[in-house]
Write a protein that binds this ligand. Structure first.
Ligand code: AMP
Length: 431
């Protein structure tokens, strides 16, 4: 006997009811982001390893220990994307930024891969929905992106979400902040684990990503990002705070949000949900004004976010899947299959959002009707929300008279009418 095959650790299969929730969330994303003028971009699932090392950062956890990296058959080092911003920026630079009308408004949805310890809400293959706005330096860009994010969250029923906002110093101010952070932490260096000691030396901002309680204790009372902002950064941050209410964005400030990715400059934010574990953010984002030029493009300011779609779906309490009317077509035995196929086809053409499912058991109308009754009372059988349920009875009488008998299972009302009246009779029964 061969061993039973299992999905790789940290991955999960989405069966129809679950997959339909993801599709519904993505279609809300398409609608809301589209209404702000954002178009979808799809980039490769694997990229050259160097892309992530140069953008996300060598000393981040993601690059350092979480990437799925492999040589291809020609020995090129490739990596399954751990996030999508780097790929989007690579695509923009490769196409030629001057070719693309400004500002550049993009969104994406797709799988990402990180070799992490799987736990609730943390997977090795997970999905992100994200947005990138490139070509707007003004805080009005940050405000647009955050306003759009909150409109999306509200459309999914997250009415109590609040953004946690911070501003990370740039350039020399960032160096001064890093230095102050090192000065604060160094006296306690012997209490740090090996990993955090390396962070202290190489990339002190990354200390804020540490989950070690000892490190977190040392960081209490650490210098605050906001105290190190230069004049331009401070006014960017103040102006953003002034604009956010206009976009309907509730927020609080926190000096300890720095996000685990190096490319962020100035604005960074997170949204957590009370419905997820305390450590688990629903999404993260921020401004990355240097990334495009770091990857070889003309300097182009940009801002965006990435939502953990799996966590979003897990935390959702509202059912945003579409409601569909169900027609359960029952041929009275195999002799009526031909007629039933034609009628079912006609109903689908008339009501494209309905489900027309054929009873192929061949057991006739009486058994079929009782089956329809079960189906009507067990909507979980469908990945959609099931609205009204009808049985469509197709026996020899119907075939000979070219008629259709439709029974509404909720009211029990049954009527037989000529097949050529299907359009009028079924009008308004789409949902
Ligand atoms: P990041 O790209 O690290 O800024 O993460 C953005 C969002 O993606 C997080 O807030 C999570 O919701 C989600 N996310 C990141 N890593 C994982 C993971 N391993 N499993 C599930 N979701 C994740």
């Amino acid at each position: 006997m061969t061993a039973r095959l299992k999905a790789p650790k940290g991955t999960h299969d989405l069966f129809p009811a679950e997959a339909e929730k993801f599709a519904a969330v993505e279609s809300v994303a398409r609608r809301v982001f589209g209404s702000f003028g954002y178009g979808e971009i799809r980039t490769p699932i694997f990229e050259s390893t160097e892309l992530f090392a140069r953008s996300v950062g060598e000393t981040t956890d993601i690059v350092h220990k979480e990437m799925y990296t492999f040589p291809d058959r020609k020995g090129r080092s490739l990596t399954l994307r751990p996030e999508n911003t780097a790929g989007v920026v690579r695509a923009l630079v490769e196409k030629g930024l001057q070719e693309i009308p400004r500002p550049i408004r993009l969104w994406y949805a797709g799988p990402q891969f990180r070799y992490e310890q799987p736990q609730a809400g943390r997977y090795r293959e997970f999905r992100q929905i994200g947005v990138e706005l490139a070509g707007v330096a003004s805080p009005a860009g940050d405000a647009e992106v955050l306003g759009m994010l909150f409109q999306f969250l509200r459309a999914l029923g997250f009415t109590d979400a609040v953004a946690t906002l911070n501003c990370i110093p740039r350039g020399q101010a960032r160096q001064a902040f890093s230095k102050a952070l090192q000065d604060h932490v160094r006296p306690h260096a012997e209490r740090l684990g090996a990993e955090d000691r390396k962070r202290l030396d190489q990339n002190p901002l990354r200390l804020f990503d540490s989950k070690d309680p000892e490190t977190r204790r040392i960081l209490e009372g650490a210098p605050a990002t906001l105290d190190f902002l230069d004049e331009a950064s401070r006014s960017h941050h103040e102006e953003l705070k002034r604009l956010l209410p206009g976009g309907g964005v509730p927020f609080v400030e926190s000096a300890s949000i720095v996000r685990g990715i190096d490319y962020y400059t100035l604005t960074v934010f997170e949204v957590t949900s009370a419905r997820l574990g305390a450590q688990n953010a629903l999404l993260g984002g921020g401004r990355y004004d240097d990334l495009v030029s770091d990857l070889g493009g003309a300097p182009t300011p940009a801002v965006g976010f990435a939502i953990g779609e799996d966590r979003l779906v897990e935390a959702m309490t509202e059912d945003v899947r579409p409601t569909r009317t169900l027609f359960w077509a029952i041929p009275d035995g195999p002799d009526e299959y031909l007629y039933a196929l034609g009628v079912a086809r006609e109903i689908r053409a008339l009501l494209p959002d309905a489900i027309v499912e054929s009873d192929l058991s061949g057991r006739g109308i009486v058994k079929g009707l009782s089956r329809a009754g079960h189906v009507a009372t067990d909507p979980s059988r469908y990945p959609f929300r099931v609205g009204r349920v009808h049985a469509v009875l197709l026996g020899s009488k119907e075939r000979e008279g070219d008629t259709v008998t439709v029974k509404d299972l909720a009211t029990g009302k049954q009527e037989t009418f000529p097949r050529n009246q299907l359009a009028e009779r079924l009008a308004g029964r789409e949902r």
